[in-house]
Each structure stands twice: as C-alpha cells, then as structure tokens.
Design a protein around this ligand. Structure first.
Ligand code: ADP
Ligand code: MG
Ligand code: MG
Length: 211
C-alpha cells in the first residue's frame, strides 16, 4: 500500500485544490440555496493560496503540510468555514506529531482530531446540518477500519465514503447552526455545502493515497 508520507500530504492538498476548483460552482449553488453563495469561492481562494505556498517549498513532515494549510485557510477563507477548516487542519497536524509516515491508526486519529476541533469551535452536533455531519461518520468509519486491520489508504477510503454518505444525508435536515439556520424549515431539501466540501476533501485524501 502507498505510504502516507509528506509527498502524500502534498498530493492530498494539490488534489483538494483541484477538486474544489472543479466543484466551485456546485458549492456556490448549494450555499446560494441555504446561505450566502460564497462557500465555493471562499474555499477555492483558500486552497489556491495553499497551492502557491506549496510551490514555494515542501514542508518536512505530513504535519507540517497540514499546519501550513491550517494557517493559510485561516488567513484567506473567512466566513464560518475558514476558522472551522483552519482548526480542523491544525488539530489534525498536532495529532500527527513529527511522524514521517501516517499509520492506519494515525489516519483515524487525525480525522477524529479534525472533527473534535470543528465541534470545539462551532459547537454543532450531529444532525444540525453542518460539516460535522460528514466529519463524524468519517471519523467513526476510519476508526472501525483501522481496528479491523485496514491499510492506511483503505482507512482513508472508508472515511471518504462515510463522509459522502453523511453529506448526502444532510439534505432533508433542518439547519440548527450557521447561516442556514436562519432559514428554519426552508433549509430542508438541500445538502449542506460544508458537508459536501468535507466529502470532497476526504475523497482527495483517499485518491492521493491511491484509493
Ligand atoms: P458563511 O456561512 O460564513 O458564508 P461558508 O459559506 O464558507 O461560510 O461555510 C458555510 C458552512 O460552514 C456550512 O455549510 C456548514 O457546513 C459550516 N458551518 C457553519 N456554522 C457551523 C458550525 N457552527 N459548526 C460546524 N459547521 C458550521
Ligand atoms: Mg456562505
Ligand atoms: Mg459568507
């Protein structure tokens, strides 16, 4: 199986920038339906800035890559998602320590740390129709896969699939956090933009690992 080393972390972020750019209009449309139509633009700007930072030089460890991403997203994305994703990547980086390769249990720990950071910052619970509805099943699926002896790329694939299912499952929900909550019952009938972008980010992680 592919080793989840620094090169993987860089591929993950380059793939994320590409997939976010390709899905910019989709994320804008989802956020237009239940928010203020800027989620695709915010993330595209943020990951575009990540790309230019990575072009300046490669950090030494996977954690250093994720920390660079955290700092860049916090200073460029804005809105609700900037601080939330910034915290997620910062906590993920911290969970990896100075490891040069991420083991299956490390993948599960990284995703759980990201999720916990988002919850600490935004106080959303599962079912509130936010990105937590994608990160939580992703963290659970990753832990289950790691405990069952899956390889690190397989753990990422399990997380990505669970995040995707979690994002799809936000469609009928009524938002209780963030801008979409201002709409009350009218927020039902649309997938949450942050849950959808979370699924894209984790899918990119799995694909960068060859999964
Ligand atoms: P803004 O709402 O400020 O315009 P974005 O459009 O970039 O920010 O991001 C909106 C996304 O942020 C939502 O789709 C949701 O997933 C997420 N979000 C908003 N508030 C919270 C929160 N309190 N906890 C977790 N996620 C949240
Ligand atoms: Mg928005
Ligand atoms: Mg906004």
């Amino acid at each position: 199986a592919t080793t989840l080393d620094t090169a993987w972390a860089v591929r993950w972020m380059r793939d994320t920038a590409q997939v976010v750019s390709e899905n910019r209009a989709l994320l804008i449309d989802l956020d237009r339906a239940i928010g203020d139509a800027d989620h695709g633009e915010n993330l595209d700007r943020g990951f575009g800035a990540v790309l230019s930072k990575l072009d300046d030089g490669t950090p030494e460890t996977p954690a250093a890559v994720l920390k660079l991403v955290a700092m860049t997203l916090m200073s460029t994305v804005g809105g609700a998602a900037g601080p939330l994703y910034g915290t997620a990547f910062l906590r993920a980086a911290t969970s990896l320590g100075d490891a040069t390769a991420v083991e299956p249990s490390g993948v599960a720990g990284m995703i759980a740390a990201a999720r916990d950071g988002i919850v600490a910052r935004g106080k959303a619970e599962v079912g509130d129709k936010t990105m937590v509805d994608a990160w939580t099943p992703a963290a659970e699926a990753a832990q289950t896969a790691a405990l069952a002896g899956a390889t690190a790329p397989e753990v990422l694939a399990a997380a990505a699939n669970a995040a995707h299912a979690g994002a799809v499952a936000t469609e009928p929900l009524i938002a209780r956090k963030g801008r979409a909550s201002y709409l009350g019952e009218r927020s039902a009938g649309h997938q949450d933009p942050g849950a959808v972008s979370t699924a894209l980010i984790l899918q990119a992680a799995a694909e960068a690992a060859g999964g």
